[in-house]
Design a protein around this ligand. Structure first.
Ligand code: NAD
Length: 491
């Protein structure tokens, strides 16, 4: 059993303020896998105070971009030897399969930092613009202390999406991991110590929803970066709205993947599997509504049936397992409730349903519903499990209408043999990030964020970085000359 007895505050592991603890139950064994202290408001106070001190008095926000990039490169190097541990911790705390958690962790603890460094180096801290009303000097300052709230389903990828832009822009961060997958965040603290990052720049305080609310409303916080369900995001947004506090909300989804009539179902079906079922279907961007030309529905059902039969459900620690357990009994019951509702509302259970035979763990079979209409609960609500709804369409107009008829607008996919046709069709979908075939969501430095109930604001790329700055315009009289180099020499 892994026992953590401290929080990472002010650059070191410190004893918690209360003696309460909670157990992390392994979804694989149903036994206690780890124990961590319960954060109380006094722990959050200490973490925010450490971050505030780092922001107001410390060197981090005052460093040059080059110095911060150097420090972050050191941090990435110190994370490298911890990647294996980070993968194992996540698999055991939330049941994700090695096949997915492995590469996702390698990317988020390595390449994501280097990508962030490339982006921040391209953003000028001072820029002179010239227009009809004269010159204006646009400058940016770090927004301040960032409170980052992270969900359980991609513990370290979610955390690093917040940590990298915050730190690179000069903002100390207080991270609250989910109580359902809190153990893996320890590697971040260990690497921060090894890299010699200044005290208070990173603070990690796992805790429950109440402590999350306390952090969101804390007077010492300048910006909230939240990832989680739309229901929780609404609360966070309301709190931040009341305080006029900037926030980024990355929330749930019910994304549509549109299979076009020209898509190569025989040669390329793995692509559809990747975009629907990865991480047990527990990805915010999973294409959980698959829109199929009516005449191809049976072919798609057959491909899903064959692909599922050829893949493995089982222990997520094994490198060849495709589906592991859901993270808890309550979550499994919820997913099964959706499967029942699909049957009750008249969809056809085409593949799966029920549970695989396993001695331990909260498993459900990968499940495909056909004949789904877009008004059914399984088409409208986020299930967060391996349950896919096939919805028939007749024309492209019909497909676009169905895809856009959703409360959410997070992900989406176009599956086609004609890339340009796919890319242009993607522009008609009212959603934040799409892929054509096997594209990576917002890969290559795109902004990532939801529309409608899927969120507010953006992460990733220059747009995600920009939300960690406060901007200022200094205007000169029309016609006034300005020597930027001289001004910078005076700074
Ligand atoms: P959740 O909303 O239950 O919890 C997310 C985090 O917020 C946890 O750390 C939780 O303790 C905390 N929290 C909950 N209520 C809070 C409140 N009122 N104030 C402050 N903190 C609060 O979500 P979850 O079950 O952990 O994660 C799954 C959800 O996250 C899904 O809806 C999924 O789509 C979404 N998600 C979205 C993205 C994205 O980028 N859009 C990425 C991953 C997951």
């Amino acid at each position: 059993m892994i026992v953590h007895d401290s929080f990472f505050i002010g650059g070191r592991w410190v004893a918690p303020e209360s003696d309460g603890s909670f157990d992390v139950i392994s979804p694989i064994t149903e036994e206690i896998y780890g124990r961590i202290p319960v954060a109380v408001p006094a722990d959050i106070d200490r973490a925010v105070a450490a971050a505030r001190h780092a922001f107001e008095e410390g060197e981090w926000p005052r460093m040059s971009i080059d110095q911060r990039c150097e420090a972050m490169t050191r941090f990435a190097k110190c994370l490298e030897p911890l990647v294996g541990e980070a993968i194992d911790l996540q698999i055991n705390e939330m049941g994700g399969v090695r096949k997915f958690i492995g590469p996702a962790t390698q990317t988020c603890l390595g390449q994501r930092i280097y990508d962030g460094i490339d982006v921040v180096r391209q953003l000028p801290l001072r820029e002179v613009r010239d227009g009809a009303f004269g010159k204006v000097i646009v400058t940016r300052d770090p927004v301040g202390v960032v409170a980052a709230i992270v969900p359980w389903n991609v513990p370290l990828s979610g955390l690093m999406l917040k940590l990298v832009p915050a730190l690179l822009t000069g903002c100390p961060i207080v991270i609250k991991p989910s109580p359902d997958s809190p153990l893996s965040s320890h590697v971040i603290g260990d690497a921060a110590i090894a890299a010699g990052l200044p005290a208070g720049v990173i603070n990690i305080v796992p805790g429950d929803r109440d402590v999350g609310q306390y952090l969101v409303a804390h007077p010492g916080v300048d910006k909230v970066s939240f990832t989680g369900s739309s229901a929780a995001g609404r609360h966070v947004g309301a709190t931040c709205g009341g305080m006029l506090r900037p926030c980024t909300l990355e929330l749930g989804g019910k994304s549509a993947g549109i299979i076009l009539d020209d898509f190569d179902l025989d040669g390329q079906f793995d692509v559809v599997m990747n975009k629907t079922m990865l991480n047990n279907g527990q990805l915010c961007v999973a294409n959980t509504r698959i829109l199929v030309p009516a005449h191809r529905e049976q072919q798609v059902i057959d491909r899903f049936a064959a692909a599922i039969a050829a893949r493995k459900i089982g222990d997520p620690r094994d490198p060849d397992t495709d589906w592991g357990p859901l993270p808890g009994e309550r979550h499994r019951d919820r997913v099964e409730g959706f499967i029942r509702s699909g049957i009750e509302e008249g969809a056809t259970l085409a593949v799966g349903g029920g549970r695989p035979v396993m001695t331990k763990g909260w498993y459900v079979n990968p499940t495909i519903f056909s004949g789904v209409t877009n008004d059914m609960r399984i088409a409208r609500e986020e299930i967060f499990g391996p349950v896919i709804s096939l919805i028939r369409y007749d024309t492209i107009e019909d497909a676009v209408r169905i895809a856009n008829d959703s409360d959410y607008g997070l992900g989406g996919g176009i599956f086609t043999s004609d890339i340009e046709r796919g890319a242009m069709l993607a522009e008609r979908i009212d959603t934040g990030s799409l892929v054509v075939n096997d594209g990576i969501f917002a890969g290559g430095g795109g902004p990532f964020g939801g529309r409608k109930q899927s969120g507010l604001g953006l992460e990733n790329g220059p747009e995600g970085m920009a939300s960690h700055y406060k901007f200022r315009s200094v205007s000169l009289a029309p016609g006034q000359a300005f020597d930027l180099a001289r001004a910078e020499a005076l700074a």
